[in-house]
Design a binder for this molecule. Structure first.
Ligand code: KIV
Length: 270
């Protein structure tokens, strides 16, 4: 592993400035020190220790079995390899069900090395977002397809396709920004809805399966490398055309996000 560190670390202000200047930024999931090093050195601005680790590392069919112990372990690993990216970590299923649980678990992720925590939900996480923000813990609110609610949603489906549901997502996104969220992540929503939300919010919006107009893109590392067992529509394998193995694939992903050649039309929902 190289010991090179970029001179400047990515902070929330960096991301806010990128949004203000109309520049895109690249995010990827990371679960260990080796990949954290490769990804951050390739210019990925945000590393997400996602609870997707339950599916891609542990082999579960959802993210529900992931525990705080798992998240703390992988956050510590990623922190050790990270060379200056902003480190975001997921609060897993049922770890923010009460106020005391939320504070204890968010603090544990921050102590493990996270710079910001991510939680899933709409209006019902507004008070939780406020609680964390008031205590100095930055929050990314994850909306649209929220995998921790897969059993309630009824599958990993596109959200916000009808006007009523789209309007509700727009209103809830504003509520979460007003409650103190620093970043919004939108998963699997139609391009037009993601654009409306991105254009009307002040905070950066990270998209996955949400089209090209969000401030940033995120993908699961295993999808970028083409080693996931399933390939959703919004996924592109960047290893296929890489002339420099995994580091080359990650650099191509970063470049494609920034020059807006990814996502292409075949990767988004209308
Ligand atoms: O857990 C995760 O990897 C995520 C991404 C799909 C955004 O939340």
């Amino acid at each position: 592993m190289s010991s090179h560190k970029p001179s400047k670390s990515v902070t929330l202000s960096t991301l806010q400035n990128l949004k203000r200047n109309g520049e895109k930024f690249a995010c990827l999931t990371a679960y260990d020190a080796c990949f954290a090093s490769i990804l951050s050195e390739a210019g990925v601005e945000v590393l997400l220790v996602g609870d997707s680790l339950g599916m891609v590392l542990q082999g579960h069919d959802s993210t529900l079995p992931v525990t705080m112990k798992d998240m703390i372990y992988h956050t510590r690993c990623v922190k050790r390899g990270n060379k200056g990216a902003l480190l975001m970590a997921d609060l897993p299923f049922m770890s923010y069900a009460s106020e005391s649980q939320t504070l204890e678990n968010a603090a544990a992720l921050m102590r493990a090395g996270a710079h910001i925590v991510k939680l899933e939900g709409g209006a019902w996480i507004a008070s939780t977002t406020k609680l964390l923000a008031e205590r100095g813990i930055p929050v990314c609110a994850h909306m649209g397809l929220t995998p921790q609610s897969v059993n309630r949603i009824g599958g990993f489906n596109v959200q916000g396709r009808d006007t009523k549901q789209a309007q509700l997502i727009i209103e809830e996104a504003h509520l979460l920004q007003d409650s103190g969220a620093n970043i919004l992540l939108l998963e699997c929503v139609p391009r037009e809805l993601a654009k409306t939300i991105t254009d009307s919010l002040e905070i950066p919006v990270i998209g996955i399966g949400a089209g090209p107009d969000t401030t940033a893109q995120i993908m699961v590392l295993h999808d970028v490398l083409g080693i996931s067992p399933i390939t959703p529509k919004f996924v592109k394998n960047f290893l296929l055309d890489s002339s420099n193995g995994i580091p080359g694939a990650i650099k191509s992903y970063v470049k494609a996000v920034k020059d807006q050649s990814f996502p292409a039309e075949e990767h988004w929902f209308n």
